[in-house]
Design a protein around this ligand. Structure first.
Ligand SMILES: NC(=O)c1ccc[n+]([C@@H]2O[C@H](COP(=O)([O-])OP(=O)(O)OC[C@H]3O[C@@H](n4cnc5c(N)ncnc54)[C@H](O)[C@@H]3O)[C@@H](O)[C@H]2O)c1
Length: 350
């Protein structure tokens, strides 16, 4: 696997997206979020997605430069139509507006519909943290093909329906939860397939509903399982709530729409900490709480306790230093795209 510096990877992703028709500033936003996912260790949402986004642009499923419009609003709420723009661009703008509304009204929420994939969810609540606020986001994949079986079922009828909540603190790294409500994100199964690896027990079942560790079975009529293994009804319950916030509250609906257009319906909420207690005291206590948890004696064989988000922070520090390992299959796709657009020499991908 080639190991590539974050800056170079961002430049490659940006140039390829521009060659595919994206305005430079939009390409830069998509590249920034994808490489941030690689840095955090979520390679399933990193540059591996660039060829997929380019394919979706080619198919007309993502519309570069799409308008961004508000279809309904009140002082503290907004409904946003992304007109099939890049999800990263649409939702970043939606989060900025929601933070702004929370500045004036302390609590603000928004829904977003008709947009492409938004990638790693933490990116958006972390914007609220920078403004001293608590951020929350949930997403589903609209009515595009499903990945996750409802608890007790063997056919995929839900998305991986992720959620992320981030809070301000005095810690060095940000404290946040960022998780699919399935055992893992579907991209991790695809990544294992791309790398020729197996997946752990409890992630997927095959088309007959039998447990399997072969990641290829997921795309051959199988399904991801909800988070929680034998208590998967909890992950399933969370997935249902996420889909109601992102699919039903947005008006996107549920189930599969045959065109298969990927449509990340989103629900965002921002809470101004100062409306509840002084921000400085809250940040200090969140850090104390994290340190209290981290001081727990480790269980047998465990590397110890981490606060939510800490592993990503550590991985980012390391990958900023050492570079990002890109799997051969992805690197090859980037090379083919660069050659197709006459960029191979400029991007040193020849
Ligand atoms: N846009 C989409 O449609 C979509 C769909 C699904 C997932 N995703 C993204 O995929 C990424 C991966 O999701 P996932 O569910 O596979 O994540 P994961 O299982 O790797 O991690 C989930 C959470 O657990 C925390 N964590 C992991 N190990 C820990 C430990 N030992 N101690 C304490 N905390 C720990 C992480 O910090 C993270 O907050 C996320 O960024 C998510 O937003 C996006």
């Amino acid at each position: 696997m080639p190991t590539v510096a974050a800056d170079r990877l961002r430049a490659i992703a940006r140039e390829l997206l521009v060659a595919a028709g994206a305005p430079v500033e939009e390409a830069a936003i998509v590249a920034k979020h994808c490489v941030a996912a690689n840095l955090a260790g979520h390679d399933s949402h990193g540059v591996i997605m660039i060829p997929t986004y380019i394919e979706r642009v080619g198919a007309g499923h993502i519309v570069p430069g799409a308008p961004w419009t508000i279809t309904q609003e009140s002082p503290a709420t907004t409904v946003i139509d992304g007109h099939w723009g890049f999800g990263y661009v649409v939702t970043e703008k939606a989060m900025r507006l929601t933070i702004d509304k929370a500045r004036h009204h302390n609590v603000a929420a928004a829904t977003v519909f008709r947009q492409g994939h938004i990638g790693r969810l933490a990116s958006y609540p972390l914007m609220a943290v920078k403004a001293g606020m608590i951020g929350l986001i949930t997403a589903d994949s609209g009515r595009s093909p499903k990945a996750v079986a409802p608890f007790g079922g063997r056919e995929a009828r839900l998305g991986t329906n992720p959620l992320s909540i981030a809070v301000p603190s005095d810690l060095d790294g940000p404290l946040y939860l960022d998780m699919a409500t399935s055992a893992v994100a579907a991209g991790k199964v695809a990544l294992a397939a791309a790398r020729g690896e197996t997946v752990p027990d409890g992630w997927i079942v095959d088309a007959e509903g039998r447990p399997t560790t072969d990641p290829r079975k997921h795309r051959q009529g199988g399904a991801l399982l909800p988070l929680g293994a034998s208590e998967g009804y909890k992950g399933y319950g969370l997935a249902v709530m996420v889909e109601i916030l992102c699919g039903l509250l947005t008006g996107l609906g549920f189930g599969v729409e045959p065109s298969g257009r990927h449509n990340d319906g989103c629900f965002l909420a921002v809470f101004n900490v100062e409306a509840f207690r002084p921000l400085a005291a809250f940040k200090r206590e969140v850090a104390e709480f994290a340190r209290y948890l981290k001081a727990t004696p480790p269980s047998d064989g465990s590397p110890g306790v981490f606060y939510p988000g800490e592993l990503e922070y550590r991985r980012e520090a390391e990958r900023q230093r050492t570079g990002i390992a890109v799997e051969e299959a992805t690197w090859e796709k980037l090379r083919v795209l660069a050659a197709k657009h006459g960029l191979a020499a400029r991007l040193e991908l020849d």
